[in-house]
Every structure is written in structure tokens, then in C-alpha cells.
Design a protein around this ligand. Structure first.
Ligand code: S3P
Length: 430
């Protein structure tokens, strides 16, 4: 499948941003583990989350679609999951696979997790190692790659400092910790997204958190109670339109219902520092998360340095930030982002290659990149997405400025996180 993008002068309109992927995964998981019913509204109906729904259905959880984005989950309680008959396929989703590994390690049954070609190349040892320290029995190719086979075990507590700031590793350990015989004490080297902690608290789990330390006390009884959850829109999806509005001329876009959790909103800080005109309107809470409508207008941008503690708070937005930087005056330097190399593809290499093909002056660093702007974007070019949804969408945004149509190869991956993307982008053409 290919995505053809035509250049445009300006973008105008209002969009409602679909549900947050990270929060949707967690709502499905915790709703399944709760006692009683959980009603989720605004759930992201993209392949990644639909695979997580299928995984829980395969383990005996009734999950019923009531209307678009609205799902009723009949939770089975912490000990109510059943051994799945078949191998569980997590598709493209690192979040699905890593969180499930943590959850399946303490079950009283055997399970196998697999995924697509991209997911089978991503490191799972970052969850296997600490889970094994808790007593888990998990096997993978080269002790590291899926398919993973998991023989449920009795787990003990763990005191552990994560080697990288990763919400997926943290969340896998928290899920395992719900079943552990001892305390769980985690320290993060930097702040990663905290949706799991927020939602566990919402479901009634007494989790203690101070700075980058998290404590789950095994003396306290752990039980989750069914909830109503309104999933906010995904800032990582809004990011494409936000950048599109900033870099195209005379644009004005209102992005409605966007999650602005500070552990995720590094992009907004970067945009402001680069001189972007964005306004947060109608700030409110939804599903235990801060939400706003974001007004974005065409802007004159200048290059900046992006490094250090902000990186985990904007890690998924870096490909589209690179596109934005290509239109900023001067040099933008991105450092401390080596984690980008183990995402759905090596995103440092991919973005440097494909933006170069489009005529951008961009240089690869081991842990980031340097982009010089503003750059003309070459049209009439075919670019590769490497089967990575965020690469495909970032390149589409670059294409808005090209001097002719560009073609993005292998764009099917957009369905993993944002199937509405091409349609919504078209809506903004005026
Ligand atoms: C996610 C955590 C991040 C992020 C991913 C979603 C999550 O990954 O990049 O898209 O939902 O927990 P890491 O935990 O590997 O940093």
C-alpha cells in the first residue's frame, strides 16, 4: 500500500483526535483484571489495541463493543484469566507484548506471545531480565526476541533500577508486582509516561510514588474494581497535525480532546521554545488525565537543542519533530535519543535517510541527529516508511511542503495506531 501526498498552501479546520494508544492498552488490561464491569469510551480502534482486546478475549474475558470507541469489559479479577488455546499475536505492538509478558509471568498457566516481523526483532530482554529476577520463567529466541514462551510461576518482590526510562518495562513490572509475594520497589532513571500508575490508582490499587521511585507494598491487599474510563485523544497522533499547522503557510487548526499529561507533553515545550504559536484551550481532566484543545497556527520557527530529561517525554514524536526542525531557521540538535533505534524500526537511521532523500540537510548521530533548516522539500520522490507507522505519517507531513506529490511506500502500518490519519489530513486541505 502507498500513500500519495500532495503539497498544500494551507490547512484549516477542526479535528477530534482519536483515543490515546498507551491509555487504551492499559484500560483493556486493567479492565480485564478488575472485579466487575469497566466501560471504556474513546478507546483507540487501531490494530495495536484490537490485538490486545483479542488477547484478553482469548484468555476468557468478555469484551463487547457497544458503539464506536465504546467497549464494555467484564473483568474476571486478578486470578480469573484462563490459559489461551492459541499463541497470542501482539501484531506490531511493543506495549502489548511487554505489558502482557509482565502480566503472564505470574499466571498459573502456560502462554506464548508472538508478533509481526518488526516486533520479533525488538529487545524483550529488558522485561525478561527483571521478571526472571522475580522468579519468572520466560524463554525467547537468543533469550531476547519473540516468540516468547512463558511458564507461569510464583513471583517474589523486586528492588530494581531500570537501566532506561521505559514505561513499558515499568508497567510490565508493575503488572507482575500485583501478584508478587514481596514488595516491588522501582526506580526510574528519568520520568517516563505514568499512565499505568495513574490508572492503577483509579482502579483502587494503593501505589506509592515519589519522584522517580514507585512502591507497591505486598502487605496491602490488591484488588482492582471496575471503572468508567474516558480515554483522552492521543498527543502522539495530534503531533502530526500540530507540526503540519506550524510549518504550512496561513494555517489554523483546532485539535480537540488531546491528552497533555506532563510525562508525555515534551513536544509542546519544544514547540514553544522553537517559537511555535500554540494555545491550550479548555483545559480539563478525563480518565484521570489532563486534556486540552490545542489551537495551532503557522509559525516562524528557530532551531534548538533537544536533549536530556525531556527525551522520554517526547520519544515517539521525534520523527515528526525532525520534520518540523527541517523548516526551522538554523540548527536543531537531538541527543540522548538512542532508544529511537529500538522502536518499530531504527528511527534515527530511517528519518535521516528519508529526509535526506527529500532534500533536507540532516546528519546522523549515534544517539540522535542534527538538522539544518529551513529546507526546501523535493517533490516527485518515493520515500520508505520501513513499515513504521510514525515514519509514514511524519513523511506525509513533510510531503505537504514538497514542490510536487511524494509517495510513501508501505504505508499500511498507519493502521497500527491511526487509521483515520489520511482522511483527517485530507479534511484540512482548503
Ligand atoms: C509506551 C512507551 C514507550 C513509547 C511507546 C508506548 C507505552 O516505549 O515509545 O510508543 O505505552 O508504555 P518505551 O517504554 O520502550 O520507552
Amino acid at each position: 500500500m502507498e500513500l500519495k501526498v500532495n503539497p498544500t498552501g494551507r490547512l484549516r479546520g477542526e479535528l477530534v483526535i482519536p483515543g490515546d494508544k498507551s491509555i487504551s492498552h492499559r484500560a483493556i488490561i486493567l479492565g480485564s483484571l478488575a472485579k466487575g464491569k469497566t466501560l471504556v469510551r474513546g478507546l483507540l480502534e487501531a490494530e495495536d489495541c484490537l490485538n490486545t482486546i483479542k488477547a484478553f478475549q482469548a484468555m476468557g474475558v468478555k469484551i463487547i463493543k457497544k458503539s464506536p470507541g465504546e467497549y464494555l469489559i467484564e473483568g474476571v479479577g486478578l486470578r480469573g484469566l484462563k490459559e489461551p488455546e492459541e499463541v497470542i499475536d501482539c501484531g506490531n505492538s511493543g506495549t502489548g507484548m511487554r505489558l502482557l509478558t509482565g502480566l503472564l509471568a505470574p499466571q498459573r498457566f502456560y502462554s506464548v506471545l508472538t508478533g509481526d516481523a518488526s516486533l520479533r526483532k525488538r529487545p524483550m530482554d529488558r522485561v525478561i531480565k527483571p521478571l526472571t529476577m522475580m522468579g519468572a520463567r520466560i524463554w525467547g529466541r537468543e533469550d531476547k526476541y519473540a516468540p516468547l514462551s512463558i511458564k507461569g510461576s510464583v513471583l517474589s518482590g523486586l528492588e530494581y533500577t531500570l537501566p532506561v526510562a521505559s514505561a513499558q518495562v515499568k508497567s510490565a513490572l508493575l503488572l507482575a508486582g500485583l501478584y508478587a509475594g514481596g514488595d516491588l520497589k522501582l526506580t526510574e532513571p528519568g520520568q517516563s509516561r505514568d499512565h499505568t500508575e495513574r490508572m492503577l490508582k483509579g482502579f483502587g490499587v494503593n501505589l506509592h510514588k515519589k519522584d522517580n521511585r514507585i512502591f507497591l507494598d505486598s502487605k496491602e491487599e490488591i484488588r482492582l474494581y471496575g471503572q468508567e474510563i474516558n480515554v483522552p485523544g492521543d498527543l502522539s497522533s495530534a503531533a502530526f497535525f500540530l507540526v503540519a499547522g506550524l510549518i504550512t503557510g496561513e494555517s489554523e487548526i483546532l485539535l480537540r480532546n488531546v491528552g497533555i499529561n506532563p510525562t508525555r507533553s515534551g513536544l509542546l515545550e519544544v514547540v514553544k521554545e522553537m517559537g511555535g504559536r500554540i494555545e491550550l484551550l479548555n483545559q480539563r481532566q478525563a480518565g484521570g488525565e489532563p486534556v486540552a484543545d490545542i489551537m495551532v497556527r503557522s509559525s516562524y520557527l528557530k532551531g534548538i537543542v533537544i536533549e536530556g530529561e525531556i527525551i522520554p517525554r517526547l520519544i515517539d514524536e521525534l520523527p515528526v519533530i525532525a520534520v518540523m526542525a527541517s523548516q526551522a531557521e538554523g540548527e536543531t540538535v537531538i541527543r540522548d535519543a538512542a532508544e529511537l533505534r529500538v522502536k518499530e524500526t531504527d528511527r534515527i537511521r530511517a528519518i535521516v535517510r528519508e529526509l535526506s532523500r527529500l532534500g533536507v540537510e540532516i546528519e546522523e548521530l549515534t544517539d540522535g541527529m542534527v538538522i539544518k533548516g529551513p529546507s526546501r522539500i523535493r517533490g516527485g520522490v518515493r520515500v520508505k516508511s520501513y513499515g513504521d507507522h510514525r515514519m509514514a505519517m511524519s513523511l506525509a507531513i513533510a510531503g505537504l511542503l514538497a514542490d510536487d506529490m511524494i509517495i510513501i511506500e508501505d504505508s499500511r502500518s498507519i493502521n497500527t495506531s491511526f487509521p483515520e490519519f489520511p482522511g483527517l489530513l485530507k479534511q484540512l486541505f482548503q
